[in-house]
Write a protein that binds this ligand. Sequence first.
Ligand code: GLN
Length: 453
Amino acid sequence: FSSAELTQFYLDRIQKYDGEIAAYNFVNENVLTQAKAVDERRAKGEALPAYAGIPMALKDLIIQKDMPATCSSRILEGFVPPFQGTAAQLLEDAGFLCLGKLSMDEFAMGSSNETAYYKKTKNPWDTTRVPGGSSGGSAAAVAAGLTTFALGSDTGGSIRQPASLCGITGMKPTYGRVSRFGLIAFASSLDQIGPMTATIQDNAAVLSVIGKYDKKDSTSLDVAQEDYTKYLTGDVKGMKIGVPREYFAEGITAEVRECVNNAIKAYEAMGCEIVDISMPHTEYAVATYYIIATAEASSNLGRYDGIRFGYRAEADSLKDMFYETRSQGFGDEVKRRIMLGTYVLSAGYYDAYYIKAQKVRTLIKQDFVDAFEKVDAIICPTSPTTAFKAGEKMSDPLQMYLSDINTISLNLYGGCGLSMPCGFGSDGMPIGVQLLGKYFDEGRLYNLAYAFE
Ligand code: GLN
């Protein structure tokens, strides 16, 4: 089929189902014209890039030139970036077309997509449930067939947790693998863009395109670009997989545990060696993350002052304008994070909270370094439960923060991690299993996932 037919297929599905799913913040009305142009060039026999004319979609904090980038926040209402982000540019160079921008928790702060100002995305498997977050729009769009694949971002699990809750595959690459130039910052030392796809092959193919060193991001690492599809042999014999007991602790439901244990047995049957390991500082990960992430966020979000981007409130003085813009522009969760972050960075508390958290981060990192001396990869549940009901955790932020318990340590370490489907709960909702790897070991994770799929 032609690019126009493929694009029309997704546009029709968006038209038909997105009213209910609410995944798209913005649909690109020029995409069909762009697809037709690709078909014409193909008909003329022009040489085209590998993925010419294939539509995809982006989480609404990844900058695509000339399309709105709202971060699902009122404060970015009307903001259209005048420049191109690196991930979007690399996809464009490979021939992909952008269908639109996908809903998310406001500024990627949340685990259910319910902090979004514009659209609270629903889980396509059961629309009374959340899709997870913060890349909930991306996960739901892939699961509902409203795009071929999507890019998300992961600061503390925001690719892996929604992938798990929507029954798709999501990869958080190693910190520094994908350029953050054009990724609107939440917590700069943790944020990373990654692919969210229906299959492992797709995931490996997309990361092969966007995983490239970029001079425009000082934290991008100068390592060679790889073709990750080359790793997909299915041969995993002799690989050592660690099972960290702390990741199976209380809060993980019996069915999630059972499902992940079945995946572990499947790896054993394929000839992997399963090793019991301990990562003793795991219990401090949630607290450490919520100090470091909020500290960085309070600084990053200082730039939204009503002057340079998006929304501006009417007021009589400059000071009132700043105040009103931020009061009206940010939602409750974002304000909570800014207050927490400002507090932990303030004089008198800085050493007690921020510096202490940085020290604990080093200990958590060391847990991973020690583990990877014994094993090649780590396996554990992605999320403690299946997708919960909309509204269930919104009044209790601590409960919401605990849904990240198995995902956030990896961001503090900086390695790579993938979530893939491994079964269903008694509620009919998907369950995900997580594979964690050392720095730049995405190829191994893809092969392990491929062997299981
Ligand atoms: N749910 C976590 C938070 O709210 C993680 C978010 C993310 O990875 N962007 O901070």
